[in-house]
Design a protein around this ligand. Structure first.
Ligand code: PEP
Length: 252
């Protein structure tokens, strides 16, 4: 059985004060919430104070990126041991915004994934196609390449820690969600690729999230799909009420 995982990617939002206020209210709102793993991904400088507030609770912490070396002369970068040190359990890798604006490639995604795993950080690997690629009928090719390259050389012994987030780029921040059936088709395909790389048994335990304009009013229908194991949420994760409602999706 795969435990659903709902993660909020705050991107470049929330100061320390706003973040503390948010997680305090989220904890009150959710109480001792069980059955769904809840993750928040603040910006780097907000990680530590949020980690202090989350101590002893059930909400996990994720970073939005990581570097592929442990230490050294890499101005501006943050290493896996640093993220572990402040209490991160997850790290988002290869978000389409990092690929689009910061030169992230399948190769750098792969280096980061392997480095994160070697430090016991669970990578949330983002994949997804541009609108033009979808319109050309290239969705499956693009996603296959991103998954295969992202996981190249990953040891099967650590692979169960991986989460894959299918995020069609045309659905991110646009209000255009993939239909539950569209997302299911791609996510079932992704599970098949993971099965080919490792084994079908391992593919059955790896969680695959959907991301792209997930909101309180579409989460229930998305989560009904057999290969949608959770959501990576941008905009709707910034308000306690909408994020809490997404966490409490209706189980059908
Ligand atoms: C995201 O950036 O990962 C995302 C899915 O954003 P939004 O929910 O705002 O579409």
């Amino acid at each position: 059985m795969r435990i659903p995982i709902i993660a909020g990617n705050w991107k470049m939002h929330k100061t320390v004060g706003e973040a503390i206020d948010f997680v305090t209210r989220l904890q009150e709102e959710l109480g001792e919430w069980e059955g769904t793993e809840v993750v928040v991904a603040p910006s780097f400088i907000v990680l530590d104070p949020v980690a202090q507030r989350l101590k002893g609770g059930t909400i996990s912490l994720a970073a939005q990126d990581v570097f592929w070396e442990e230490k050294g002369a890499y101005t501006g970068e943050v290493s896996p041991p640093m993220l572990r040190d402040v209490g991160c359990r997850y790290v988002i890798i290869g978000h389409s915004e990092r690929r689009a604006y910061f030169g992230e490639t399948d190769e750098t995604v792969n280096k980061k994934v392997k480095m994160a795993l070697s430090h016991d950080l669970n990578p949330i690997i983002c994949v997804g196609e541009f609108l033009e690629e979808k319109e050309r009928g290239d969705t499956f090719n693009v996603v296959e390449r991103q998954v295969k390259e992202g996981l190249r050389g990953v040891d099967a012994g650590t692979a169960r820690q991986i989460v894959v987030a299918y995020e069609p780029i045309w659905a991110i921040g646009t209000g255009k969600t993939a239909s539950p059936e569209q997302a299911q088709e791609v996510q079932s395909f992704i599970r098949g690729i993971i099965g080919d790389i490792f084994s079908p048994a391992l593919a059955e335990v790896i969680r695959i999230q959907y991301g792209g304009s997930v909101k309180p009013d579409n989460i229930d229908e998305l989560m009904v799909q057999p290969d949608i194991d959770g959501a990576l949420v941008g905009g709707a994760s910034l308000e306690v009420e909408s994020f809490a409602r997404i966490v409490r999706f209706e189980r059908k």
